[in-house]
Design a protein around this ligand. Structure first.
Ligand code: ATP
Ligand code: MG
Length: 366
């Protein structure tokens, strides 16, 4: 799939611009604060209805204006869909001019994979960020994952409230909560296990293509280590019973997938603790590129790839390897402050790409 055209009205530092996009590589360049990230963000918001970098929708409206509107045409399976999102006191989404009430109908149309500098936190930051990363992946691939996870979180909250307020005296009710929680915990565990295995099918080879180094992989670190010879449900049930008094003391649920983590390894080296900034960056890029492969195998289509400022910290050979990897493969929109960084070796890239200059909220297409 790819976006043919996007119109941006009153969004961030843009008044009203219309941009035609290439179905392969688009390079957006301009000085700092010219509006490159804003442009990528507009595509992300058009597809997914919310921003990857701001929880507050009103921040997206251009200062001094009272609404924003984004419209774009998306080509997918030889059909063109006209998508529109506007925010004028409330959010409105439309496909082909028809208002859509069910959010999932809208966001399933356009699939986006984004890499932006803050993604380094997936390696460097807290386990919650890594769980969130896995959950996002899984929600995009399996339509029921989001519901299972929401149910788990709701049950966890109810269970925690009882433990915290010492309200487990209705033990039967508490047991039912625990049973329901266990069922969902097992499903989450199995799906997380599956996606990590899937990512590992692709990412060692991608990491090697980008860097020449073998041995990159991610490891799922589930909070519960299920023994292979025992029934999962029974095992968890006993585990919760064993920990009941401890849980009462802490006033919360102390075992379960809400405490899972993942780790990133190059051979035996844990990249969180020993990786250089560049190694961490490439590791995340390799995983994002693996996501593309997984997506292709599940959906038989390519997502749209947004790369914000990836090149600034990569050396020339890794930059070229990355470009080679994505070239011609899928629609990619790249931002950079420095166009020269693209023609070190491979000036075909520039020739075959669409170059879009951004200057203080104005667009100059070449
Ligand atoms: N709601 C808004 N209204 C008006 N301007 C905004 C709004 N939100 C952000 N801006 C401005 O948009 C400008 C461009 O931001 P953007 O993040 O797109 O820059 P950039 O080109 O990606 O820069 P860099 O190279 O530093 O990453 C900034 O000066 C910012 O203050
Ligand atoms: Mg930027």
């Amino acid at each position: 799939m790819y976006i043919k055209e996007i119109e941006i009205v009153n969004f961030r530092n843009y008044n009203n611009v219309k941009i035609n996009l290439h179905d392969k590589i688009n390079i957006i360049y301009g000085n700092n604060a010219s509006g490159k990230t804003n442009l990528l963000e507009s595509i992300y918001v058009l597809g997914l209805t919310k921003s990857h970098r701001s929880f507050i929708d009103n921040n997206l409206i251009k200062n001094g204006c009272d609404f924003f509107r984004l419209t774009g045409s998306l080509k997918k399976d030889d059909i063109v869909y006209n998508l529109e999102i506007s925010n004028n006191h409330h959010k409105k989404i439309k496909i082909d001019n028809k208002e859509i009430n069910k959010m999932s109908d809208y966001i399933s149309k356009m699939n986006i994979i984004i890499f932006y500098p803050e993604d380094l936190e997936i390696i460097k930051g807290s386990p919650a960020i890594r769980r969130n990363f896995l959950d996002l992946e899984l929600s995009q691939l399996y339509s029921n994952y989001y519901n299972i996870l929401s149910e788990y979180n709701r049950l966890l909250k109810m269970r925690n409230e009882r433990l915290k307020n010492d309200q487990t005296s209705n033990y039967q009710y508490f047991q039912i909560l625990t049973d329901y929680l266990i069922e969902r915990a097992i499903m989450i565990y199995k799906m997380r296990q599956k996606i990590v295995t899937k990512i590992n099918e692709y990412c060692p080879k991608i990491y090697e293509d980008l860097t020449g180094n073998k041995g990159f992989k991610i490891k799922y670190k589930p909070n519960i280590n299920f023994p292979s010879n025992k029934d999962m449900k029974d095992y968890l049930f006993n585990l919760y019973q064993k920990n009941y008094l401890k849980e009462l003391k802490f006033g919360k649920t102390i075992i379960g997938p809400h405490l899972d983590d993942i780790e990133f390894y190059l051979g035996d080296i844990n990249l969180k603790h020993y990786g250089s900034q560049g190694q961490q960056r490439i590791a995340i890029i390799a995983i994002k590129l693996a996501e593309i492969e997984i997506f292709k195998s599940y959906k038989n289509d390519t997502p749209i790839l947004l790369l914000d400022d990836v090149f600034s910290e990569l050396d020339i050979s890794k930059r070229n390897n990355l470009i080679k990897y994505i070239d011609g493969n899928l629609q990619t929109i790249i931002t950079t402050t420095d166009l020269e960084s693209f023609d070190d070796n491979d000036d075909n890239i520039i020739k075959n790409s669409k170059i879009i200059k951004v200057d203080n909220g104005k667009i100059i297409e070449k």
